[in-house]
Design a protein around this ligand. Structure first.
Ligand SMILES: Cc1cc2nc3c(=O)[nH]c(=O)nc-3n(C[C@H](O)[C@H](O)[C@H](O)COP(=O)(O)OP(=O)(O)OC[C@H]3O[C@@H](n4cnc5c(N)ncnc54)[C@H](O)[C@@H]3O)c2cc1C
Length: 452
């Protein structure tokens, strides 16, 4: 197909998060006519930001690992390389009222909550995973079983159980060992050496900078980016995609397209999908997807809460599972002296907490926040929000790999790319961008211009 023919091809992208933007960017760079439909007021999806102290900050905490090479390359390509800071991460474990530093291998040796023997087993198991690149052999195995076998019950309970719980809530016992492998392998790969302290990356001024640049680049290349535009229905004719219906400011419009990429969570894709998808084995796969809510209570304080950036809460009665004090990573000076703390939790779809107001959540969390700092008082709070996302975390259980839907659907020209297709790595901007590029390559190949 010639470049002129490709220009005449219309591709619709549903969702203006990182995946949709990356796919659209790749498509316009290959001469395709693209329109993004984003239901929110702003772009960025889970990476969208708010203003604090004259600067932007993500509604959900965000950082990068050195192994996140795709997003790092993209940030540089878009001209923001000099704003990408790599800073030491101050991580720790919280138990009862004590905070145990957990930054490097030496901290593990000092972690007196478990015996020296358990600490050695914890270290050896992590080393084993760091040098084992054959992750496929872990498929079908539960991380909890593997860890208990090789690390022992007490090491599991003190270290890895809280980490699994911090991501997957009540599902922590069923999580895939392949996912856990990815977590350890890639985390170590992002260090300069086994004993080196971890450095994490952050785009000063927020990740919104590269999101804005992506949308600018798409528009410059004659792409269209529509916000406050919710796709309600996908049209097909003889199992070939033909267009969509979307609503914008109360009005409904139809648009034609030759290909359509959906990057929304699966439950939204199911809502707008044509019967040819829903009434197929592919539709059966979609119905197996399970998500947890992600939620954060975000407090802006007039002083620090602790001196830790990433604090994993190990006590089962804690209503939140990680405390992320962003300004122990990026200086509070960047936010006009404000201190920014996220209290993160993941919850099942029917969890009543997700319906609560910010004040109600704060009321519940307050005595537990005081376990981190007994002096914490509401008078320290300058602003507060409670953010939730229904599709915050797919549950990557030990049979997850058998249920990953391909990007191509049974409908010709209709594609799906969302974080239920990221595996075995943990979901993140890096893998969303990689997936957006891959989905765009599939579309280009199917439209007649192979990128492979
Ligand atoms: C709590 C939390 C912490 C995280 N921390 C990190 C981190 O430290 N580092 C990191 O790299 N990643 C992190 N991530 C993950 C990262 O944010 C995601 O992997 C990535 O943003 C997902 O992008 P996406 O485009 O696939 O999905 P989304 O961001 O969910 O985008 C989907 C978009 O579709 C839109 N949409 C939905 N329905 C419709 C419709 N009908 N019509 C039109 N548009 C629609 C939504 O508004 C949304 O903008 C974190 C995520 C969470 C929840």
């Amino acid at each position: 197909m010639s470049d002129t023919d490709l220009k005449n091809m219309k591709v619709a992208v549903v969702g203006g998060g990182v995946t949709g933007l990356a796919a659209a960017y790749h498509l316009v760079n290959n001469g395709v006519n693209v329109t993004i439909y984003e239901s929110g007021e702003t772009l960025g999806g889970q990476v969208r930001t708010i203003e604090v102290g004259g600067n932007q900050i993500e509604i959900f905490y965000h950082h990068l690992f050195r192994s996140d090479t795709v997003v790092i390359e993209l940030i540089k390509k878009l001209g923001h390389g000099s704003d990408l800071a790599w800073l030491p991460s101050v991580a720790a474990m919280h138990s009862q009222t004590k905070i145990y530093p957990f930054v490097g291998a030496l901290d593990l040796l000092r972690f007196t909550k478990v015996s020296l023997f358990s600490r050695l087993r914890l270290g050896l198991a992590a080393l084993w995973l760091r040098y084992d690149s054959n992750w496929q052999k872990y498929e079908g195995t539960r991380a909890s079983s593997w860890i208990k076998k090789w690390v022992g019950e007490s090491g599991y309970r003190a270290v890895w159980r809280p980490v699994l719980r911090s991501k997957f809530g009540v599902h922590f016992e069923d999580i895939s060992m392949a996912w856990f492998w990815g977590k350890i392998y890639l985390r170590f790969a992002s260090r300069d050496g086994i004993l080196a302290k971890e450095k994490l990356g952050y785009l000063k001024g927020s990740f919104r900078k590269y999101i804005d640049s992506l949308s600018e680049a798409i528009r410059k290349a004659s792409g269209t980016v529509l916000t406050e535009s919710t796709v309600e229905e996908i049209f097909t004719n003889r199992d070939k995609v033909t267009g969509l219906r979307y609503s914008q400011h109360g009005a409904t419009s139809d648009a034609e397209c030759d290909a359509l990429l959906v990057t929304t969570p699966t439950h939204i894709f199911e809502k707008i999908s044509p019967p040819a998808v829903l009434n197929s084995p592919y539709g059966d796969l979609l119905r197996t997807v399970q998500y947890q809510w992600a939620s954060v209570l975000l407090l802006v304080l007039d002083r620090p809460l602790s001196d830790t950036y990433w604090l994993t809460m190990t006590d089962d009665d804690m209503p939140f599972v990680v405390t992320v004090e962003h300004t122990n990573f990026i200086s509070a000076n960047e936010y006009d002296g404000n201190h920014i703390v996220y209290f993160s939790n993941y919850a099942d779809p029917d969890d009543a907490l997700m319906e609560l107001s910010v004040d109600e959540v704060l009321n519940i969390y307050k005595p537990y926040i005081q376990r981190i700092n007994p002096k914490f008082d509401e008078s320290w709070i300058r602003s507060k929000w409670f953010f939730t996302d229904r599709a915050g975390q797919p549950i990557v259980d030990y049979l997850f790999h058998e249920r990953i839907p391909p990007h191509r659907t049974p409908v010709d020209g209709l594609y799906l790319a969302n974080n239920t297709q990221i595996y075995p790595e943990d979901r993140g901007q890096n893998y969303s961008i990689r997936m957006g590029f891959r989905a765009a390559d599939l579309i280009l190949a199917d439209l007649g211009k192979s990128e492979n």
